[in-house]
Design a protein around this ligand. Structure first.
Ligand SMILES: NC(=O)c1ccc[n+]([C@@H]2O[C@H](COP(=O)([O-])OP(=O)(O)OC[C@H]3O[C@@H](n4cnc5c(N)ncnc54)[C@H](OP(=O)(O)O)[C@@H]3O)[C@@H](O)[C@H]2O)c1
Length: 258
């Protein structure tokens, strides 16, 4: 006979979201800024994390406040575990437990593999992969206690697929997808979901030097995506509607990897 009940997992009828805040790393511009705005529109008090661009982060927080939301710009380099502890302490003191985490902070330092230096390798892995682990570890305690949590990792189509010149970036994003799946399996019973979004080419500062390289020919939609189109996926995965979606990667690439 088929097993009945929910096997001890968090109750599926939890349509209400507990009180807490959203934290978006690297949210002073680009996909992070669009995600912070989208989550704030959903009613999340939102932490706009940044590393160096204080004025960009302040601008995003002001836009959220002007639209009737609540936001706080907080500086921290996510690759430093001690700074991440401080970031969470400040966020939680001001806005309550972090129940939605978007690991968006990321960078590139491209080169063919023989030319990638130790510094370029480390910098990309530190920011894109170690940073996401530091924040995930810091967020999970509060999420598990609340029996509710949403973690969305901004990965990339590069990682699952090759992109010559980006071995460090590809390794970081493939690692992020692996971490997404395993952490999702660890915490699924407690109402915490962990997913990734894998953008293709999106118009941001990160890609301003690559958009012209015949790349659009490889995209069936024949255009780059916008930060808002990625943020829409983040918003869905962070919603209560997505309670049964976990451990997966949502590709948003105009058909590039179809
Ligand atoms: N744009 C695309 O086509 C594309 C495609 C696939 C995936 N992605 C991913 O999407 C994410 C956002 O990229 P984007 O295109 O919006 O790039 P972006 O405009 O360059 O923004 C990246 C943000 O991350 C921050 N950041 C970098 N390292 C950080 C660190 N150690 N600690 C805290 N913040 C840090 C940057 O802040 P600072 O400037 O202060 O360092 C910046 O605010 C990245 O993970 C990227 O890999 C982008």
């Amino acid at each position: 006979m088929a097993e009945r009940g929910n096997g001890g997992g968090a109750k599926p009828e939890t349509a209400e979201r507990p009180r807490g805040c959203a934290l978006v790393t690297g949210a002073s511009r680009g996909i992070g800024a669009a995600s912070a705005r989208a989550l704030a529109r959903e009613g999340w008090p939102t932490v706009v994390n940044y590393r160096s661009d204080a004025s960009g982060a302040d601008r995003v927080a002001a836009e959220i406040a002007d639209a009737g939301g609540r936001a706080l710009a907080l500086q921290a380099d996510v690759s430093d575990p001690d700074r991440v502890k401080g970031l969470f302490a400040s966020a939680e003191a001001e806005l309550g437990p972090v129940l939605c985490l978007v690991n968006n902070a990321g960078m590139r330092a491209d080169g063919l593999s023989p030319q990638i230096t130790d510094e370029q390798w480390r910098a990309v892995l530190d920011a894109n992969l170690d940073g996401a682990f530091h924040t995930t570890r810091a967020a999970l305690g509060g999420m598990l206690r609340a029996r509710f949590g949403r973690i969305v990792n901004i990965a990339s189509v590069v990682g699952p697929r090759a992109n010559p010149g980006q071995a460090n970036y590809a390794a970081s994003k493939a690692g992020l997808i692996g971490m997404t799946r395993t952490v999702a399996a660890e915490v699924a019973r407690r109402g915490v979901t962990v997913n990734a979004v894998a953008p293709g080419l999106v118009e941001t500062k990160l890609t301003e030097d690559v958009a012209g390289n015949g790349l659009l020919e490889r995209i069936p939609a024949r255009r780059a995506g916008t930060p808002e189109e990625v943020a829409a996926c983040v918003r869905f995965l962070a919603s209560t509607d997505a309670a049964y979606v976990t451990g997966t990667t949502l590709t948003v690439d105009g058909g590039m990897s179809a």
